[in-house]
Design a protein. Structure first.
Length: 122
């Protein structure tokens, strides 16, 4: 086998490993409260009192349905060091709320999009 073919296969394998190890901007858990919200993450839950499926964010989302929360999130825990802006409709529309660092909160109506204060749209 030519050396260039071996090198090409090695490069493809290395690229695949990098993609697998890259951190995700949002992670979803079906376990709900059984899996705690990680430090420096904003966690949104499908039910009140931080219960049900959980989506964990570091950069926010324009639509929670992309993280298996099609009806939005009804409670949250802000484990980051900045406040987050929360909207009741996808694409940063609807009523806007703010959640301070460290706070837990229950919502009504559900939250459908969110961003950290460092984002220019917040």
């Amino acid at each position: 086998m030519p050396a260039t073919s071996v090198m090409r296969r090695g490069a493809v394998l290395a690229a695949a490993l990098v993609l697998l190890a890259a951190p995700a901007a949002a992670a979803v858990s079906d376990r709900g409260a059984a899996e705690p919200c990680a430090i420096e993450h904003f966690c949104l839950y499908e039910r009140g009192e931080q219960e049900g499926a959980m989506a964990s964010y570091t950069k926010g989302t324009h639509d929670t349905a992309l993280q298996k929360l099609p009806k939005g999130g009804w409670s949250a825990w802000n484990r980051t060091s900045e406040y987050w802006c929360l909207w009741t409709k996808p694409d940063y529309e609807g009523s806007k709320h703010r959640l301070n660092p460290g706070d837990k909160f229950g919502f009504g109506p559900a939250i459908r999009s969110l961003l950290p204060s460092s984002d220019f749209r917040c």
